[in-house]
Design a protein around this ligand. Structure first.
Ligand code: PXL
Length: 266
């Protein structure tokens, strides 16, 4: 079988740990063919996003359309959108390709704490979510999508995730990384409200820059290969955990994961 063709629509992280760069490494390590539509060029360090340079809308759309028309696309991962207009334009393209599974990572804040989406972009994410096969919010992102306060209980967040899954007809991966427990629990909520749970000891590292990008790119790669949602998520979680354990530690904190060192077959 040929490698699955995975299109990442996301922002560039010049530090190489997150965004498009994390996606290309992840898709490649999982034996997919990575293609890109860059929405914005960011300038960032492990500590801060210093600048965001949006890519013109027609160039974003042209990057997507050429991949679809030429190589072909088995699955799409969407990360940083950059603007509400970009989200709407991507939605219009996706509407013409309803058979391609879409993983939407509702990127709002970089792991160094800087914002990557304004209020209008977040509002337009909701419309895009209804076109996705699966969305992958962390706990703060889920609270914002569901209009809950930032200190909402995990029970309230789970109920909200079930409601979003039903309303939008999507799977919701409720990522537990921002929870405080020593056991990290990720949940997969199906549109019918059924829940599958994965729990593992939290990996003790401060180098978690790019975990969300990496998980969503890995999930897209599995879906593009034709794997069922739960199977693709299992592999994606293993990939993230292995890359976290392999983080090289170039900087004091919030450094890159070790994508290139992952050997899942070991
Ligand atoms: O992980 C969120 C994210 C998404 N996209 C880009 C990023 C980051 C975090 O740093 O840089 C481009």
């Amino acid at each position: 079988m040929k490698p699955p063709r995975i299109l990442s629509i996301a922002g560039s992280d010049n530090s190489g740990g997150a965004g498009i760069q994390a996606d290309i490494k992840t898709i490649t390590m999982l034996r997919g063919h990575a293609m890109t539509a860059i929405t914005a060029v960011t300038v960032q360090t492990s500590q801060a996003v210093l600048a965001v340079h949006p890519v013109p809308l027609d160039i974003i759309v042209a990057q997507i359309e050429t991949c679809l028309a030429d190589t072909g696309v088995d699955a799409i991962k969407i990360g940083m959108l950059g603007s509400a207009e970009t989200a709407a334009a991507i939605g219009a393209v996706l509407a013409r390709h309803p058979a391609i599974p879409v993983v939407l990572d509702p990127v709002m804040v970089a792991s160094n704490g800087d914002r990557l989406a304004d209020a209008a972009t977040i509002a337009s994410m909701r419309a895009l979510a209804a076109q996705a096969a699966v969305i992958t919010p962390n706990l703060p992102e889920l609270a914002i999508l569901a209009d809950l306060p930032g200190d909402a209980s995990e029970d309230a967040l789970l109920a909200a995730a079930k409601a979003l899954a039903a309303d939008w007809g999507v799977f919701v991966v409720m990522k537990g990384g921002h929870g405080g427990d020593a056991m990290l629990t990720d949940r997969l909520i199906a549109p019918d409200g059924s829940v599958q749970t994965w729990a593992d000891p939290r990996i003790d590292t401060s180098h978690s820059h790019g975990t969300g990008c990496t998980l969503s790119a890995a999930l897209a790669t599995g879906l593009g290969r034709g794997e069922a949602m739960a199977d693709a998520l299992s592999v994606a979680r293993r990939f993230v955990r292995a890359a976290l354990k392999a983080a090289p530690g170039y900087v004091a904190r919030n450094g890159t994961m070790g994508h290139g060192q992952v050997r899942l077959e070991d």
